[in-house]
Design a protein around this ligand. Structure first.
Ligand SMILES: [Zn+2]
Length: 330
């Protein structure tokens, strides 16, 4: 049986179980935390809090979360190892770069045709995370992540997307791409990845569920990608009732095999600083790991989605996404 790498090591794909395909444990700027976080960030408290929340969602039947936290939103694998050691939940981690517009200086001068003329260093770095492990942790990334947020990608963002695609071609690792529903940037992802020879069945269009445009969503699904219906609880981007209606419509048209579910939630995000614990229950009360199990799945069933279709979205599609392509290297 094929395996997928998790924070605790390889897990048989048959043991992934119910999977939330896009959740963060933390979303942080490491420098923000280190320099300004003394009032609101306590490492031990935050780690304990994460363990509690992950164990709570495990108790609800979820067996795996897929965490696309990469450079740009605070990837910290040693912290994840501490957390993963104290929960039975499988946590799958990623490599890549989370950038909306500006290429990090660390890649601006190194690369083909640049001041330091070397093969694309992002492909080198991302591939090492997948094949050898991240830094000296021994933990391997199991998928790739990039972002296409703006209507037209900057040259830097396009370079990142192409480096992600080439790493996929080299390693076989699947891709999750952050996209904008309003700007329908999933189309840009499909175009770039197609040009680079990516197996589109190994691509998840993150935040596709922010859109209720069935023409856009079926166009993407027909291209072969997975739709990330992955922001349940973030009603400010698309109200939950609308998200559900869109899934019901797509499922009734035979697209259950093209959708995966998640919240894009986290245990703590540093964008609100010290106000985090006060603002969050008010601004987004359902934005937590248990909303899908508690509320969304019952609502889908009540709206005519079958248990088989839910199993397809929650179990089978994640397994298919992480199943190595026959000719893939991973
Ligand atoms: Zn996310």
């Amino acid at each position: 049986m094929a395996v997928v790498e998790t924070v605790r090591g390889p897990v048989d794909l048959g043991n992934l179980g119910q999977t939330l395909m896009h959740e963060h444990v933390f979303v942080l700027s490491t420098e923000h935390v280190q320099n300004y976080g003394s009032d609101w960030w306590d490492e031990e408290t935050m780690v304990a809090r994460a363990i509690d929340k992950l164990n709570a969602v495990y108790a609800k039947g979820i067996r795996t979360i897929v965490d696309p936290t990469v450079w740009g939103i605070g990837r910290d694998i040693p912290r994840m190892q501490r957390i993963a050691a104290q929960t039975q939940l499988n946590i799958i981690v990623a490599t890549g770069l989370y950038v909306y517009e500006e290429m990090p200086h660390q890649y601006s001068y190194r690369g083909p045709g640049l001041l330091i003329d070397i093969p694309e260093p992002m492909v080198t770095d991302f591939s090492r995370d997948i094949t050898q492990g991240i830094a000296d942790t021994g933990v391997k990334a199991a998928f790739l992540k990039c972002a296409l947020e703006t209507p037209e990608p900057t040259s830097g963002v396009e370079r990142i997307a192409r480096a992600i695609a080439r790493t996929h071609v080299e390693t076989g690792a699947p891709i999750t791409v952050h996209t904008s529903g309003p700007h329908q940037t999933g189309r840009i992802a499909v175009r770039i990845f197609r040009e680079e020879g990516v197996d589109l069945s190994k691509v998840m269009i993150g935040h596709a569920g922010d859109s209720n445009d069935l023409d856009y969503l079926t166009e993407l699904a027909d291209a072969g990608v997975l739709l990330g219906m992955d922001r349940f609880g973030l009603d400010l981007f698309n109200p939950g009732a609308e998200r559900i209606k869109t899934i019901v419509a797509l499922a009734s048209r035979g697209y259950a095999g093209s959708m995966v579910l998640a919240h894009d939630a986290n245990c703590f995000i540093d964008w609100f600083g010290a106000a985090h614990d006060q603002i969050r229950p008010v601004a987004a009360p359902n934005w937590h790991y248990e909303h899908i199990t508690d509320d969304v799945l019952p609502a889908l069933l009540a709206s005519g989605v079958t248990q088989d279709q839910i199993d397809t979205m929650m179990v089978e599609n994640p397994v298919r996404y992480f199943t190595p392509a026959k000719d893939g290297a991973s």
